[in-house]
Design a protein around this ligand. Structure first.
Ligand code: F6R
Length: 615
């Protein structure tokens, strides 16, 4: 949430910053801005997309090879030019960009106003700028990198909240200072140039050498060197990592939208989640990253899965999977509830935090809370360098590649894929036989090709999406393994097409939801050929009896559906527990095509941003 990029080197900073901001736009797109230091600070900022900022800079160019920039997802203060970052201190000589929330900003602001400070924006960030400025001015001695670092350190000790920041000062022209707590910040190491960014995707076109800063790190950098210390004044160890993906991986290629690209990547992203993790010799899954001995795995009495949004829907599938395959009682809790709920959990409860980004604030807080209570807490993450991946006691990487579209697609199927591997592993040490293990592995290995056959129906699904684009509301209904898929289908539909959509277990219809059914409200039934197929068909009949249009997702050869539903999208046959990996694909395509038909900005839906690093 909010993206920042800073540059210091020999090239013109503005084009590099603009390009980096375009790559970070998924993190927020309410406003954008940059400040360039070239003797003096020049500021360009405006509300709206990066394209607006690029237009502004084309009209009013800025030159210089040191700069900081920001794309905003508004928290404190409305979407206005004034609230766009960067913000300056009282002297106008210090500029800052910030991702996070300063919780005590109002108290600090009141104190500063009492001392005669004037503020131009309603943001918490401007308060931090003034605070750093005060510390800088109060420190004795010449202008120097050390003085700027000390000023940042002093100010950060006064604030409560989260931050990923980049700071520069007119009097210290050869230095950028960055710091983080709770919001990601990466140092990119180039040749004769260095970078700060919220996410490596912003800088991967320039360098693949990166240091993922840790909470409370402060970094000071010039074009050739950097120095990392901590907010408390200590030294900080760091590791230089090589970024796994390239610039091509973070570009749209020939696809009109990231979301469509990522939907079509799923055969490969799922295969990557399974690769090297299925042992034919032992007919089980191998998940070394769990860091658990066979005895510890056998002793697990209960599992709690936690995450937000789509990750929580994957967890819901995981609950069904783990109970079905491993017979281990499993519960799902929204991370935002878990962190405050104080769930009674015995010692042998294993907790999983599920997060694509690995930076979601609520999921991170749930992980920390669980660890505080002494529970082994593992992660299922995509972003290998993320805070959740680093702080967990072990886990499984999804290996899905960067997901840039704000609506999660391939991360859902990879999360469910990993949870299936976990179910297989735990099932095999409890009651599943060798032959059952082999059968599950064969079915899993067949999934990517089955997904390919579904993707071939994209044009057909588009025609269905266009047929129903009149809808103001939609219902998504499913039973058993298809219930969480219904929830996920509804989330996709509402977040990118803004059509009101609800996901429910099909049988819940008659307990209230059916009151919403009418010819104007289409229902999407996820009704594969599973143990509850006939029950689902009865629920479809109930909707048809009330003149509700029905789109059904069914299994090839299941002709019964054609008699009851208005439109049917077929998926290949598979065991019940694997059906979410297939049935979610038509729902992703349906919401995508419908949103495009309605002219919605699919990759940047209103009010949303990817990687929710605020509570
Ligand atoms: C929905 C979506 C969000 C995320 C949620 C968790 O399409 O993208 O609901 O799934 O914000 O994000 P991660 O997985 O990064 O923790």
């Amino acid at each position: 949430m909010c993206g920042i990029i800073g540059y210091i080197g020999k090239s013109e900073a503005a084009p590099i910053l603009l390009e980096g901001l375009r790559r970070l736009e998924y993190r927020g797109y309410d406003s954008a801005g940059l400040a360039i230091l070239n003797g003096e600070l020049s500021l360009r900022k405006c509300k709206g997309r990066i394209a607006n900022l690029a237009d502004l800079i084309a009209r009013e160019p800025v030159c210089g090879s040191i700069g900081i920039s920001h794309t905003r997802w508004a928290t404190h203060g409305g979407v206005t030019d004034e609230n766009a970052h960067p913000h300056f201190d009282q002297s106008g000589k210090l500029a800052i960009v910030h991702n996070g929330v300063i919780e005590n900003y109002q108290t600090l602001k009141d104190q500063l106003i009492a001392k005669g400070h004037f503020f131009k924006s309603q943001t918490d960030t401007e308060v931090l700028a003034h605070l750093i400025g005060i510390h800088y001015d109060a420190l004795p001695g010449e202008a120097s990198r050390q003085r700027l670092v000390e000023a940042v350190r002093g100010a950060l000790k006064e604030v409560i909240g989260t931050y990923g920041i980049a700071v520069m000062h007119q009097a210290v022209p050869g230095t950028l200072v960055g710091a983080r707590r709770g919001s990601p910040l990466v140092l990119g190491i180039g040749k004769g140039e260095n970078f700060l960014a919220s996410d490596v995707s912003a800088i991967v076109g320039h360098t693949r050498e990166a240091v993922y800063l840790r909470d409370y790190d402060i970094v000071a950098l010039d074009g050739v060197d950097f120095e990392i210390s901590t907010v408390n004044g200590g030294t900080s160890g760091f590791e230089v990592s090589t970024v796994e993906f390239s610039e091509d991986d973070v570009s749209k290629g020939d696809y009109p939208h990231y979301m469509l690209k990522e939907i079509f990547e799923q055969p490969d992203s799922m295969a990557n989640a399974f690769r090297g993790r299925l042992s034919t010799e032992e007919s089980t899954a191998k998940l070394g990253g769990l860091n658990m001995t066979p005895k510890e795995l056998r002793d697990i009495e209960r599992i709690v899965l936690t995450g937000c949004g789509t990750a929580c829907h994957a967890a819901m599938v995981g609950e069904y999977l783990l109970e079905h395959l491993a017979h281990i009682p499993t519960e799902v809790e929204f991370a935002s509830e878990f962190r405050y709920r104080n769930m009674p959990m015995n010692k042998d409860t294993l907790v999983f935090a599920i997060s694509q980004s690995g930076e979601t604030a609520d999921t991170l807080a749930a992980l920390r809370e669980s660890q505080r209570k002494g529970h082994r807490t593992l992660a299922i993450c995509n972003n290998v360098a993320s805070t959740i991946a680093r702080e967990s006691d072990g886990g499984v990487y999804m290996h899905a590649g960067p997901e840039i579209g704000v609506a999660a697609t391939k991360s859902f199927t990879s999360q469910v894929g990993v949870l299936t591997l976990l179910g297989l592993l735990l099932g095999r040490i409890h009651h599943l036989s060798t032959s059952e293990g082999i059968q599950i592995m064969e079915e899993l290995n067949a999934i990517p090709d089955k997904v390919r056959t579904i993707l071939k129906q994209s044009d057909y699904i588009k025609s269905i999406a266009e047929k129903y684009s009149y809808a103001k509301a939609m219902m998504f209904l499913g039973r058993q393994f298809s219930y969480p898929v219904a929830m996920e289908g509804a989330l996709k539909m509402k977040e990118i097409s803004y059509i009101h959509a609800e996901g429910h277990p099909s049988a819940e219809l008659k307990h209230g939801v059916i009151a919403l059914i009418s010819p104007e409200v289409p229902s999407v039934f996820i009704a594969p050929d599973d143990s509850v197929f006939d029950k689902n068909v009865s629920n479809i009949e109930e909707v048809k009896a009330r003149k509700g249009p029905v789109i059904a997702i069914g299994t090839e050869g299941s002709t019964k559906l054609e008699k009851v539903a208005d439109d049917v999208i077929y998926i290949p046959p598979c065991p019940d527990f694997l059906s979410p990996l297939l049935s979610v694909i038509p729902l992703q395509l349906l919401s995508y095509h419908l949103a495009v038909k309605l002219g919605c900005d699919v990759d940047k839906p209103r009010n949303l941003a990817k990687s929710v690093t605020v509570e």
